[in-house]
Design a protein around this ligand. Structure first.
Ligand SMILES: Nc1ncnc2c1ncn2[C@@H]1O[C@H](COP(=O)(O)OP(=O)(O)OP(=O)(O)O)[C@@H](O)[C@H]1O
Ligand SMILES: [Mg+2]
Length: 282
């Protein structure tokens, strides 16, 4: 086995005596561009820093980005379609993140179509991954078509990422409806690009308004932070960067995902402490 590769030998399908341990979480939204990939990458980084074994799966076939946001694009040799079609093993396709104790990424194919990996193939891949990871996070493509179905099929849990603008909320609402009707899943919500200043001036919906519309459990709020784009350009998820204040938001979501009771207070409530934290965090 080459250095940096993960030992998947104990994951062979059909070994009935092996207990599946990991949880598959799909990050989806409906609307494009609201922050699914950014959330997936940073949540993976936050979870791994909390001692969890994590695999990130890019399910956005044809438009992959997760490798860029995680800064792993130069390490890619194979992708999930190569695995599904038997050109390589899952072990060979997994890309290791050298910054973390146990963080791997399974890339999507860049030159293929979303229909070329089936929900069954994605389930088979995840079935192996949960044997080596505590969390498998799937970055879903936008929309509610085949790529969405493929990303949702193996999910134990689903996170909906939305911004608070009306089109993102309408699409999120549609996805929540489909998840409940067709998949019997109650997703959790991440509100992204939140800006308290705009809420205070009446230019942006507040958290309570968003929750009134979508009526699902809030898993966290990620503030608007223009430096996230720079961290993407650098290929360093903010959750790995101690200078980034937004890192705290991802850490809190990760803790909630792990079942810890983390109060939803600091990032959106006005008040002196929140103001002080923002001031010194930056
Ligand atoms: N909290 C945030 N603050 C500022 N910028 C953000 C934030 N979250 C995401 N962005 C920026 O928004 C853009 C879109 O993010 P991202 O690629 O994660 O969205 P997506 O939902 O995965 O898009 P797609 O549907 O195309 O896959 C990126 O430039 C990213 O840096
Ligand atoms: Mg994306």
């Amino acid at each position: 086995m080459q250095r940096g590769q993960v030992d998947l030998s104990r994951c062979a399908a059909g070994q009935g005596e092996q207990r599946m341990t990991g949880t598959v979480i799909t990050v989806t939204s409906g609307k494009g561009g609201v922050g699914k990939t950014t959330t997936t990458a940073n949540l993976c980084a936050a979870l791994t820093q909390l001692g969890q074994r994590v695999v990130a799966v890019d399910a956005d076939v044809g438009l992959r980005n997760l490798d860029l946001v995680m800064g792993l694009e130069n390490r890619i040799v194979f992708d999930s379609i190569d695995v599904a079609e038997g050109r390589c093993t899952l072990q060979q396709a997994l890309v290791r993140d050298p910054r973390a104790e146990f963080l791997y990424m399974l890339p999507a194919a860049q030159t293929r179509d979303k229909t070329e990996i089936t929900p069954e193939q994605m389930c088979a891949i995840c079935k192996q991954l949960v044997n080596i990871a505590d969390y498998v996070l799937i970055d879903s493509p936008a929309g509610i078509e085949h790529g969405f179905t493929t990303a949702i099929a193996p999910a134990d849990r689903v996170l909906i990422v939305t911004t608070s603008d009306v089109s993102a909320l309408r699409d999120a609402d549609k996805v929540i409806y489909l998840l409940e009707r067709d998949w019997h899943r109650q997703p959790g919500l991440v509100i992204n690009r939140f800006n308290q200043r705009l809420v205070s001036s009446g230019e942006m919906r507040g958290i309570d308004d968003v929750l009134d519309i979508l009526a699902i459990d809030l898993m966290g709020v990620v503030p608007e932070d223009e430096r996230l784009m720079l961290s993407t350009d650098r290929g360093t998820p903010a959750a790995f960067d101690r200078r980034m204040y937004v890192r705290r938001a991802y850490e809190n979501i990760a803790r909630r995902v792990m079942g810890n009771n983390v109060p939803l207070t600091d990032y959106y409530r006005p008040g002196f402490l929140g103001w002080l934290a923002r001031l010194f965090g930056r």
